[in-house]
Design a protein around this ligand. Structure first.
Ligand code: C2E
Ligand code: CA
Ligand code: CA
Ligand code: CA
Length: 278
């Protein structure tokens, strides 16, 4: 990520200047999204070829009052109320704008642009209507779109969530279960959510090259997901050994600092010119 306005990468954030969640919510509510929010894009790589096969957009917030606040901090706060819907709508529209700018490229490569959606956003059905409208107006191509359902909040109405996801899936959008193996995401998500993809959480990947237990669990999770027809993406691939392990397990796509940090659009152009990644 570029200097100046962009936030430091995850892990380097000290957290010492995190305001009280009440303040964060107030700053969010008064934020000028178009000026304070931006998206960065992290490549997803084919495990076999090392080529970029998709991108995930990640939200950044640079508040003139509070400074850079990472999404891990402000998304859960926004999720406590309905404010996540406003943020989610901005992300959806910005994702569509990105897809538009990159249309000729995306079409020629056929890769999907993923963005993160909180289960809270799916609650009232408005989100699906907005997605539909963008598809109808030609601003979003469902075949090149993926929605990652995050685990930051529990799914409180499971049945309704499934209904909304089925609608998105029927539109041609790929649905991914994010952060599998952590927090709220459990095996019943694999069984019940109408999703095409499962993303293994970074915390599962950490010990895969050094701990036998870890290796065996991940190997069997990959096999389990594939046995029910799901594609497996591993996130948090930080070193070559992680990549090798997951590749040998048959995991289809890999993502992590080993390949690339989240990139601005300018950086993305350069990265695309230099691939495949090794
Ligand atoms: P996530 O969707 O699981 O995204 C992966 C997070 O791990 C990102 O942090 C990414 O920058 C970081 N990451 C990627 N590769 C590596 C790696 O190899 N090592 C390490 N240590 N970290 C890696 P980020 O961008 O801070 O986002 C944190 C979380 O905030 C996301 O987790 C997602 O749950 C949420 N989030 C981000 N953008 C949005 C958004 O637009 N909407 C919603 N609802 N949630 C979002
Ligand atoms: Ca994600
Ligand atoms: Ca997450
Ligand atoms: Ca994760």
């Amino acid at each position: 990520e570029s200097s100046g306005k962009m936030p430091p990468p995850v892990g380097e954030y000290s957290g010492s200047n995190i305001a009280q969640s009440h303040d964060v919510l107030q700053h969010l509510k008064s934020a000028d999204f178009d000026n304070e929010f931006s998206l960065v894009y992290q490549p997803k790589v084919c495990a076999k070829t090392g080529r970029i096969v998709g991108l995930e957009s990640l939200l950044r917030w640079n508040s003139p009052i509070a400074g850079v606040i990472p999404p891990d901090v402000f998304i859960p706060i926004a999720e406590e109320g309905s404010f996540i819907n406003d943020i989610g709508e901005w992300v959806l529209n910005e994702t569509a704008r990105f897809q538009m700018r990159w249309r000729s490229f995306t079409l020629s490569k056929g890769f999907r642009l993923a963005f993160n959606v909180s289960p809270k956003q799916l609650r009232d059905g408005c989100f699906v209507e907005k997605v539909k409208a963008l598809i109808s107006s030609g601003d979003l191509i469902p075949e090149y779109t993926c929605i990652e359902i995050t685990e930051s909040a529990a799914i409180d109405d499971f049945e309704d969530c499934c209904k909304q996801l089925t609608k998105l899936s029927d539109l041609g959008i790929e649905v991914a279960i994010d952060d599998f193996g952590t927090g709220h995401t459990a095996i019943n998500y694999l069984l019940k959510l109408p999703a095409h993809v499962v993303k293994l959480d970074r915390s599962l990947i950490q010990g895969v090259d050094s701990e036998e237990k870890s290796y065996n669990v991940v190997k069997n999770v990959v096999a389990m997901a594939q046995s029910i027809g799901m594609k497996v993406v591993a996130e948090g691939i930080e070193i070559a050994q992680h990549a090798l392990c997951l590749k040998n397990m048959g995991c289809e796509e890999l993502q992590g600092y080993h390949y690339s940090k989240p990139l601005t659009e300018d950086q993305l152009l350069k990265a695309l010119a230099q691939q495949p990644y090794k």
